[in-house]
Design a protein around this ligand. Sequence first.
Ligand code: ADP
Length: 469
Amino acid sequence: MKNLNRYRADRLNWFSADGREQRIRDYLTLANSLVWQRQASFFAAAALASFYFDPVSVFACYGVVVLTEMLDQILSRRADAWDGQDPVVGRKILTRIFLNTIVSALAISVFIINIAVQQTSGGHFTPLFFLFSASVFAAMYNSQLIGVLLVRLSIYGFAFLYIAFLDVIRYSPPISSPIWLEFFTIIFVLYFIIDISVKFYLSYQDRLEQMKLIEEENERTKAALEIKTQFLSTVSHELRTPLTSIIGSLELVNNGVLGEVPEKARPVLGIAARNGRQLANLINDLLDLQKIETGEIAFQFEPIDANDLVQEAVEATAGYADKLGITVSFVPCTEPPRITGDRSRLIQVMNNLLSNALKFSDDGATVRVSVEARDSRILIAVEDSGVGIPEGSEDRVFGKFSQVDSSDVRKVGGTGLGLNITKQIVERHNATINYVSELGVGSTFYLEFARQADKEDTSEIIETVAQVA
Ligand code: ADP
């Protein structure tokens, strides 16, 4: 058993070492994609030749070529089904490709030689041109498997030489005869075909090398990303637990539960609690971002009334609004604004938009939230009359860890992750997020969802959105 495994592993190496599996696939894929082009030229050549030469032998050869084409098609399907794991299958496919090549190249050569033999005067332009085209075609499209290319070109080379010697032997002409001119031209053409075959082969080889390098680079990037994600997740988890207890303890102290807090200590403890909460927000955002990016978050799609959703978010942020002395007004939609989404994730989206609108507004300002139905869309808008966002800042607004104002002029805290997470959540709902803003005047963030027509359509829409997500 051990020996068998080693044998298999060796054979596998033999296949993967020089990208043979890839070569087989590339060869068959290309052969497949050019099948109609080849059929058209084979048929045209056969039809033309049958008019001027013996049609029976012409179509007999044509039939054999078509047969090998069909065998190639079957092979191509077998290669598609091959998972690349079993080298025995790979070897069988390769052997069949070789056999098909020999039969097809022989049939094409016999077809061409047959025409040349029937021509007794005026040179062999037609058969030589057919042969030249077939050779160039092979040089261009068979360079994935050098053995197959060599077999085909050797057979064509033999046909070239046969035609070259045909008239020389038939007529024994003097060296000044055009028959010798044709002979030397054929030798020149043969050199040309070998030259372009080598060029095509080397360029395919180059491409394979490049692909291998890109793949290796890709693997390295993926591994680095994996380590980064793992690191981030571990650190965030490890930080969150002690931080929660620090914040809890500070709140107990600040609320006077553990006794009177000395006047002098109050501001310091207040700052500590605020910074603790800020740090906790950052950790939560990091964990969220990582979960969204790795697809760990499972979205639970359900029918939602956008009015209810927004109402809930407005209530959730009411305490924060009060603290900042800002009024939040809500204009609900008059028709039932049904959408489909993950309720808790959409609340998170709304909380982020609302808290941004609040924190970037001045004391005494009003933040307006509205839900509107527009044709087949539901539009949720969060409008503030705060600091505004300079033109062309979309990348920074929705980017990671990016904030529009520089940190030294910044009055409000934040992680610079909220809107990035928000955008990713919104996009997983097949919805959009945009904003319009003017510096010093205010900003309005819009969410646009597909409107759900009525309750019966719910399951279908949930399915669609779930598929997109
Ligand atoms: P942060 O945690 O910094 O608020 P976000 O990702 O939520 O991060 O927002 C990114 C940046 O976009 C903010 O730092 C701010 O510069 C800008 N921004 C977002 N919402 C508003 C708003 N309503 N008014 C002004 N600027 C905003």
